[in-house]
Design a protein around this ligand. Structure first.
Ligand SMILES: [Zn+2]
Length: 314
């Protein structure tokens, strides 16, 4: 079933709505709630969730005789609907960040009403997943992010079968995110970071689509999922395992390395060139042995820009 999360009127155009998929057996609370596109330019998550909704509707229509939905799944692929249309991260009318509007309110500005409706629809779900990407300049390895997790969340994070789980403490600064609003409710909350904003990375999307199906299978939402044995080992990384490399010089950064590869300390990962003369200014090396979990994709650099991130195995 497709319903609308919220209907809104706009100043000089027709009203618009945020569509939402509800799939599987009826119940008071969803077994799982999945949210994407809080930021309008984060296309990977929007694509993954729209494909997942299509797949689960196929399950509901008995297209896959082995599979059965045991619990209701709620999917909202694109919360910042107008941002998606205009290819902007923020809400286009007032440039506000929808992920700084929680818990929202019923009488506030449009963005606050969206936040309120989204939280109402998702907060009672047993499992909650919010999908993001890095910014438009940087690519992140598809990963699970945990914020001040419970032991259950730590264990469930492995059910995705993604290679990296990043644990962070709950931010004392960003208390108005969907994640912090979810955390006060019973149930489990996960954030997935997938690739780079502003583009669609098919390989990452396919990887995370499979991860979500595995997760729904292993957590008892979707019965009959055959779990692929090729799943990588999930490694838990804390803040202490992170090594970042920043640009010592401005210039043009070029790298053909892919995220998700293990690198040796001192291994060449890219070069900074002088943007005018073309001379190599700097050979960029891995700071430690570890997993390359993020790399800059925008070539133009200012001094101090983040180039890459390597996570050490404990
Ligand atoms: Zn985001």
């Amino acid at each position: 079933m497709t319903r609308n999360l919220l209907y809104m009127t706009a100043p000089v155009r027709e009203g618009f709505e945020i569509p939402c998929h509800e799939i599987g057996p009826a119940s008071n609370h969803p077994g799982a709630a999945l949210v994407g596109g809080l930021h309008g330019d984060e296309i990977n998550g929007i694509f993954i969730l729209s494909r997942l909704a299509d797949f689960l509707k196929g399950v509901e229509a008995e297209k896959y005789p082995d599979l059965q939905l045991l619990k209701r799944v709620l999917i909202i692929p694109a919360v910042n609907l107008l941002g998606v249309n205009l290819r902007t991260r923020v809400w286009p009318f007032d440039k506000s960040d929808l992920n700084r509007m929680f818990p929202g309110s019923t009488i506030g500005e449009t963005t606050q009403r969206i936040a309120y409706s989204l939280l109402e629809a998702t907060k009672r779900a047993e499992l909650r997943i919010d999908i993001h990407t890095a910014g438009a300049d940087f690519e992140e390895l598809p990963q699970v992010r945990l914020y001040g997790p419970s032991e259950e969340e730590r264990q469930s994070a492995r059910l995705f079968g993604l290679s990296a789980i990043m644990e962070r403490s709950v931010s004392p600064v960003f208390t108005t995110t969907l994640m912090s609003a979810w955390k006060v409710w019973p149930g489990q909350s996960f954030l997935l970071r997938v690739g780079q904003a502003g583009t669609l990375q098919l390989e990452h999307c396919q990887r995370v689509f499979r991860a979500l199906v595995s997760f729904l299978g292993r957590s008892g939402v979707l019965a009959g999922v055959r779990i692929a044995e090729e799943d990588e080992e999930s490694l838990l990384f804390t803040k202490e395992n992170v090594c970042r490399v920043y640009a010592e010089k401005a210039g043009t950064f070029v790298s053909d390395r892919q995220v998700g590869r293990w690198v040796r300390k001192g291994q060449e990962l890219g070069y900074i060139y002088d943007s005018f003369s073309g001379n190599v200014i700097k050979r960029v090396e891995a700071p430690e042995c570890g997993l390359l979990t993020g790399i800059r994709r925008h070539p133009l650099l200012f001094e101090g820009d983040l180039l890459l991130r390597v996570n050490r195995k404990e």
